[in-house]
Design a protein around this ligand. Structure first.
Ligand code: BES
Ligand code: ZN
Length: 465
């Protein structure tokens, strides 16, 4: 290891309490992107980050969009590939708020049963803790050596969690400024607490909201029950028909473009020793759902699915009301893999719903998201160096994994800016992202900062000399 790098790592260790304090300041800003009531907080988070980047010597600013703003910064110094780092400063809503042990936006450090220290707060892991690992690594390089080892640009988004529409137009409008040799997307996890990972497979996403309308007003279920059509019944029957008895999705053409896992990747995944009983047991389940002939790991990383994310209609308040509602609603998402085409899946879903709809009902659709799955070649030179740096930091071989979640920007970097997105992150499966009491281990934060410091060094041309 070079003297410079070991000085930077020592600086990170001695400054970790300040790094945590800075993360806490960012977490305190309630940047919930999906709720318009928090638009001001989203702007505030963007301004905070632009200031933080300026403080680290970036030429940075808040860039307006029709939705929440972007933050863009550049520090084009050092020698080596130019990288674009991506993270998102927006967070998920906090509900159900009753299940939080303390205020979601008052970060605190909790000591878990196994002695590990955890930062508990909304956004601690997804994605404020993660994006700050990179900024803090840059801060340390600047503090110790006065410059970064390689040219770096940063793009921080505020609409990731709400599938906002601003990102692609912003990329297209700022193509030259944002195009680098490749991107790092820091929004994924490690294999486990000790084992670093790069994610090379990610599922895509198609979301649909549907509203089914039957009678033109709510009806008394005694006066009309049995004769008037109930849109909730129509809805659940349609939703139920989306899966067959073997757990396969029934939409015509749904599996077009879904390939079998290449044997080399299958062998790598088998070697990970994934414990499916523990995976399900940790969340209180014991019986795998979905396709009957697939392993749990394959189901979440390499197979497409369809899930109902929300359903409502009729009277759901306290007490009881005998009503046949006029309308029923559902939010449905499809996770896609391989070469499945998001537009075709959306069209197939709409055709299917219409084909099952009784003639005296109507349906309205509202689209959300629409991104294909991602598969990255494992032998990209930058990926090899990144894995090496991660292996050195954690003292364990960096593994290559898939992920069931979706990060549409990774595909957008490829299709709009023509660059690969390398996905490196330090979240853990039990971080409770999107759930009450979200947490980020201090070991993820501290190790993440140290990891980026090493990755920047490994990519610099000086590293080879
Ligand atoms: N960080 C997650 C994606 C993720 C989750 C990656 C778990 C790896 C492991 C991201 O913020 C997210 O939640 N994305 C949404 C997609 C978006 C379009 C709503 C998702 O996957 O549901
Ligand atoms: Zn995220």
């Amino acid at each position: 290891m070079s003297d410079r790098l070991s000085d930077v790592l020592a600086h990170i260790d001695s400054d970790i309490d300040n790094s945590l304090e800075r993360l806490f300041r960012l977490i305190e800003i309630q940047s919930i992107s999906t709720d318009p009531a928090f638009a001001g907080a989203c702007l505030q988070a963007a301004e905070w980050l632009a200031d933080a980047l300026k403080g680290v010597g970036f030429d940075a600013g808040v860039r307006p969009t029709p939705g929440h703003p972007m933050v863009v910064g550049h520090a084009k110094e050092g020698a080596g590939p130019h990288v674009l780092f991506y993270g998102h400063y927006d967070v998920q809503p906090v509900d159900p708020i009753d299940l939080w042990e303390t205020d979601p936006f008052a970060p605190r450090i909790v000591t878990a049963a196994d002695g590990s220290k955890q930062i508990v707060a909304r956004g601690s892991s997804d994605d404020k803790g993660q994006l700050m690992t990179f900024i803090e690594a840059c801060r340390a390089w600047k503090a110790v050596t006065g410059k970064l080892p390689i040219p770096v640009s940063i793009l921080l988004e505020g609409e990731e969690e709400s599938g906002g529409p601003s990102l692609v137009p912003f990329m297209k409008a700022n193509k030259d400024e944002l195009t680098a040799d490749f991107a790092f997307v820091c929004d994924t996890g490690m294999w486990d607490k000790q084992t670093p990972a790069v994610t090379t497979m990610l599922r895509g996403l198609v979301g649909e909201e549907i509203t089914i309308t039957a009678a033109k007003r709510d009806l008394h279920s005694g006066m009309y029950g049995g004769a008037a059509r109930n849109p909730i019944h129509v809805l659940v029957s349609i939703l139920d028909g989306l899966r067959d008895e073997n757990g396969r999705i029934t939409l015509p053409g749904f599996y077009d473009g879904v390939g079998e896992l290449p044997p080399a990747i299958k062998a790598q995944w088998d070697a990970l020793g994934f414990d499916s009983a523990k995976f399900l047991g940790d969340v209180g389940l014991s019986i795998p759902a979905g396709e009957i002939d697939r392993s749990v790991l394959e189901k979440i990383w390499a197979r497409p699915t369809c899930e109902v994310n929300g359903i409502s209609g009729g009277y759901t308040g306290k007490g009881f009301k005998t009503v046949i509602p006029s309308q029923a609603f559902a939010k449905i998402s499809f996770r896609l893999v391989d070469k499945q085409d998001p537009d075709k899946i959306r069209a197939a879903f709409r055709d299917y719903v219409r084909s099952k709809l009784p003639a005296d009902c109507s349906v309205e659709f509202s689209p959300h998201g629409g991104s294909p799955g991602i598969r990255l070649p494992g032998d990209l030179p930058a990926l090899v160096k990144t894995r090496q740096a991660l292996t050195e930091e954690w003292g364990r071989d960096c593994v290559t994994i898939g992920s069931g979640g979706s990060i549409p920007v990774a595909g957008d970097f490829q299709s709009v800016l023509g660059m690969d997105a390398l996905m490196v992150g330090f979240a853990l499966d039990d971080d409770r992202i999107h759930s009450p009491n979200e947490k980020y281990d201090v070991s993820s934060y501290h190790g993440g900062i140290r990891s980026w410091a090493r990755i920047l060094a490994a990519l610099s041309e000086k590293a080879q000399s």
